[in-house]
Design a protein around this ligand. Sequence first.
Ligand SMILES: Cc1cc2nc3c(=O)[nH]c(=O)nc-3n(C[C@H](O)[C@H](O)[C@H](O)COP(=O)(O)OP(=O)(O)OC[C@H]3O[C@@H](n4cnc5c(N)ncnc54)[C@H](O)[C@@H]3O)c2cc1C
Length: 325
Amino acid sequence: MKNIAIIGAGMTGLSLAYNLQEHNITIFDKSWRPGGRVSTRKHDNYLFDHGAHYLSTNHSVNQLNEVISRYNLGQVIEIDFATDYLKNKKTRKKIIIGQNGMNSIPKSIFDNIKVNSCLNSKIIKISKNSNDLFSLFSEKEEFKDFDFVLFCIPYFQSKELLKDLIDFTQIVSEPSYDPIHTVMLSYKENNNINIKAGLNLHKDISFFMNQNIKFNELSDDSWVLNMSSEYTNNNINIDKSVLEKYAQSIFEKTFEIKNEISFIKSHRWLYAQTKVTYNSISKKNWINSKDNKIFLSGDWVLGKSLSDAWDAGEKLSHYIKILSV
Ligand SMILES: Cc1cc2nc3c(=O)[nH]c(=O)nc-3n(C[C@H](O)[C@H](O)[C@H](O)COP(=O)(O)OP(=O)(O)OC[C@H]3O[C@@H](n4cnc5c(N)ncnc54)[C@H](O)[C@@H]3O)c2cc1C
C-alpha cells in the first residue's frame, strides 16, 4: 500500500481517488467543498449550477456511467434545447443532471469513497525529502511522507507549483483554456420562457440554462448565462455590475421580459474550459516528473467536459497501479 496525495477534489482527482482506494489516499482541496468546476451555488433561497451544467447522455466514459448508477447520482431529463438560438435551431435533448444540483455528483462520490481528506487546504509548496518521500505544505501545515503526488488542478497552476521539480521546458506545446464569465439571475415572476437551455443566445452569450428544471424548491424564475469566451477574454477584468447589467439587458431584450429581477450575481472562471488538449499536441495522457513520482492530470489532458476529467483520472490511475506493484 502506497501513501498517495491527490491535489484537487474535482472530477479528475475524485476519479483517481475512486480508482486507487486500495492505497492510503489523502485528497487535498483549497475549497471547503469537493467538485471544483462542478459547482452549485446557494445564495439565500437561490440556487444555481454556475459551473458544469449537465453531463451529456452520449459521453463515452463507461466507468463514469457505472459510478453514476452505482451511487444513484444522476437523473436523465428531456428538455427543449436550442442547438443554435440565433439560427432558430431547436431540438428535444436528453441530459443527465445531479439529483440535487450538479455538485451533488462529486459530493456523493467524495462521501462514498474511503480516503483521508483535507479540505480548506491550499497546497503552496512541495518538497522531496532525503528518504525519497514528499512533503506538501499549506499555509499552516506540513503533510509528510507521500510516495506519489498527483496534481489534478488547472495546468498553469500545477506548472507554477512544480517548476523546481519538473522540467517544463520539455513541454513544447502547452494546453490552453478559455475563460468564462457566468451570470446568475432570478425573477420573482415567471417569465414563461419555453426553451430551457441552449447555445448562442447572442454573440456575447454562448449558453443559457433555466435552473427551475433542476431545483424543484426554487420559487423564482432562475437562469445561468455563460458569456462567450471571446467576450470574456476581451472583458476579463470588467466591473461585475457592468457585466451583470449587460447580460441582463440582452436576456430581457431577447425574451421580451418586463419583470424585475430579484437576484443577480456573476463569477469569473479563469480556467473554464479546455481549448487545446494536452493529448492532442503530445499524444500523452499525463505529465510526470523524471522519477515517476509526481504526476499532473486534469480535464485539460483530454477535453473540456467532466467526463474528460473522469477519463483522465481513470487513465492515470491504471499507470499508478502498475508503478505501485
Ligand atoms: C462555466 C462552466 C461550464 C461548464 N459546463 C460544462 C457542462 O455543461 N458539461 C460538462 O461536462 N463540463 C462542463 N464544464 C467543464 C467541467 O466543469 C470541467 O471539465 C471539470 O469539472 C474539470 O474537472 P477537474 O477535476 O479536471 O478540474 P477542477 O474542477 O478545476 O478541479 C480542480 C480542483 O483543484 C482545487 N485546487 C486548485 N489549486 C489547488 C491547490 N493549490 N491546492 C489544493 N487544491 C487546489 C480546486 O479548488 C478544484 O476543486 C464547465 C466548466 C465551466 C467553468
